[in-house]
Every structure is written in structure tokens, then in C-alpha cells.
Ligand binder design. Sequence first.
Ligand code: T4K
Length: 388
Amino acid sequence: MNSRDPTRLSQLRAEPVADQNIYVTRPHLPPLEELLPYLQSIWERRILTNAGPFHQELEQRLCEYLGVEHISLFNNGTIALITALQALHIEGEVITTPYSFVATSNALLWNGMTPVFADIDPVTMNIDPAAIEAAITERTSAIMPVHCYGNVCDVDAIEAIAQKHKLKVIYDAAHAFGVRDERGSILNYGDVSVLSFHATKVFNTFEGGAIVSHTPEMKLLIDNLKNFGFLSETSVVEAGINGKMSEINAAIGLLQLKHLAPALEERRAVARYYNERLPQIGGISVTAGNLSPAANHSYYPILVEDDFKLSRDALYEHLKTCKIFSRRYFYPLISDLKKFVDIPSSTPENLPQAHEIARKVLCLPIYPGLGEQGAQRVVEAIASASST
Ligand code: T4K
């Protein structure tokens, strides 16, 4: 490798992690002193929420940064998902992936919809278009895929199915901040896309989220829905919710955007460090998304194969003894959780690939500031497990 490569981990800011706990992620924060002028403005204006100036500025900046037309900020990604489904007036069955965070399917239950689980592609770990097609009934009204770990779904195939069967498409893009393909932002696919700005995400506002939409009318409807359904001071036409982002969260978002480029570079460098070393450990598979130049490296999933010395769960426990707290995102599958297990599509026979991946997956620590020392500790801990 070129020793002057700017994405080499050893050349980036590394923080000491000698004997400290290493978690799956650690939130990126801007310098505290840079927040003070924003707080001063808020104190002077006394506009604390309800689409204030920082809120408006963040919407505009995010549209520019992400390359999208319309964005509506929310107080978190879950309320944004719930509102997106409401805005599209979906009812009945929605085909979705069991391989996600529970918020994806919870949003369907909150709207009185029935999730129908379709299996995933074992390479992208995203919903398999062939399985979507097979799951369509006359009650199907929408597809809700997830760009899992920021891996891009098979958007063309999903679009073709949606057009053929007149279905809406709501992308859960909670992991996909900033991901682009050859046509631009992947947030432009589908009817709407939903982002999360939770503390654990690539771009965080502590708590936060957003809906990306494609027409002024849809943005207006979404903005009304997140503000209790108010159309005007005296008119409420929908059963809306309070999904508004406060001025403090918006201010943090503006600051985070300023410091995002080096933070993304540090994630890329950690991924590159892992990508070069982990394949040398027998029984560990680096998943395809980690190798993609389009990745935002929001997560670093590996598969612990059956020929690894330890089971996935034993490796997970072994790492804990080394003070490394990896996570089994996404095990158990949503379809195995109490609220969902009795749904007909939840049977393991219907979801063999999702079960196989959920059994083997382990998400390793990746965040700005992990540094070479931290990444090295993770690799060495896995290597030591393979040789014990
Ligand atoms: N759709 C998808 C596909 C999602 O993945 C998510 C959320 C959503 C929708 C919903 O979006 P939001 O409503 O959350 O905006 C975490 C997050 O809470 C959740 O946002 C995320 N997905 C999910 C994948 O992961 P937990 O329960 O695993 O988080 P927690 O608290 O155990 O944090 C993980 C590690 O991060 C900790 O061990 C330490 C570190 N951490 C965490 C927090 C919160 C910190 O260092 N500081 C912190 O403030 O769910």
C-alpha cells in the first residue's frame, strides 16, 4: 500500500484505547466550544422549536450535502418511519425485511399494517426482489426495504416490481446517510426515504431523523403530519404526531456537517485496516459491503463461518473478555420477536438466508477515533480466538 495514502489509519487522529472498553460505536462530536455561539443565538432568539431558523438551515444544508430535493427533519427515525407510512396512506400488507432493527417493522404495527417478511440476498443482506414478488397478494400496498448497513438495495428490480403491481416504496435508509450510486443519492429512489440521526449513526444530532421526499406537496403533507396535522392555526385535517426536531438538535446537526468529512475518512480507514487483515483469519468472512467504494462504513459486519474455531456467540463472548463489545446486528430476526413470530411469513422455511446470516453475523467496532491501536486490538482478539 502507498505509504503516503491519506486514508491510512496510522496517519489519522488516533485516540488512546490501550486498556479501555471498545464499543461497537462511539458518537462523533464536534468541538464543544463551537456549540456555544449556536446556543447563544438560541438564547437570544428564544425560538426553541417548531421549524426555527437552525431547523430551516439544516434542512437546506442537508438537501445540498445529500443531493436531494426535499427533506423534513424529525425528532428520531422511528417517528419519521411512522409518519412516512401515514403520508402515503398505506394500508393492509407491507412487504419488508426481517433482517433489520425492530423499528422498521414496529412502524408498520403503529399504523395498523401487517408486515409480510421476505427473505434477503445473502451478499447484500437486503431484501431479495424475487422473494418480494413471491410475497405479493391482493392486500399488498407497499414495499419497505432497508439499505442494511448502508448497502444499496436492488433499487431497479424493486422499482420494476412496484410499478408492475402499483405498490408504494418506502426505503428505510437509517444506515444510508450520504450513500450514492452512479445516478446520485440513493435517497432519491422510492416514494420516500427515511434517515436516522441517532447518536450511533454516521451523522448524528443526538436523536433525530428525516424523511426525503420528491415533491413540494409531499414535503408539505409530511411537515403538517409531524406538527400534529395542523394545516393552519384553526385546521387539523390528519391525526398527526409531534415529530419535530428542536433547535438544539438542529444546531448540533449544522456543526456535525462541518466536521463530517474527516469523520467519514476515519471510518473508511478503519474499514480498510480490517479489510486488509481479517480475510487472513480462517473462518472469518468480510462481507461485500465493507469492500464497496460507495460504503459509508456505518457498520462493519463480518460472518463467523462454521469452520472458525469458535461459534459466533462464543467469539462475541470472547471479545467481551478482551473489553471489546461487538454487536450481533441483526440477531434475532424481527420475525423471531414475540410481536411478529406468529405472522405466517415469519416461518424459518420462508426466510432461510436471513436465518443463516443472523446466525453468523457480528458487527465489529467502527467509528472515528477508534484509531489503529483500537482496530489492531480488535483484529488481534479475533486472531487469538482462532488460535486458542
Ligand atoms: N431503522 C433502522 C434500520 C435502524 O437501524 C434504526 C435504528 C431505526 C430505523 C430507528 O431510528 P431511530 O429511531 O433510532 O432514530 C441502536 C440505536 O439506538 C438505534 O438507533 C439503531 N437503529 C440500532 C441499530 O442501534 P442499540 O440498542 O443497539 O443501541 P445502544 O444504546 O446499545 O448503543 C450501541 C453502542 O453505542 C453502545 O454499546 C455504546 C455506544 N453509544 C450509544 C449511545 C446511545 C455511545 O457511546 N453513546 C450513546 O449515546 O440500538
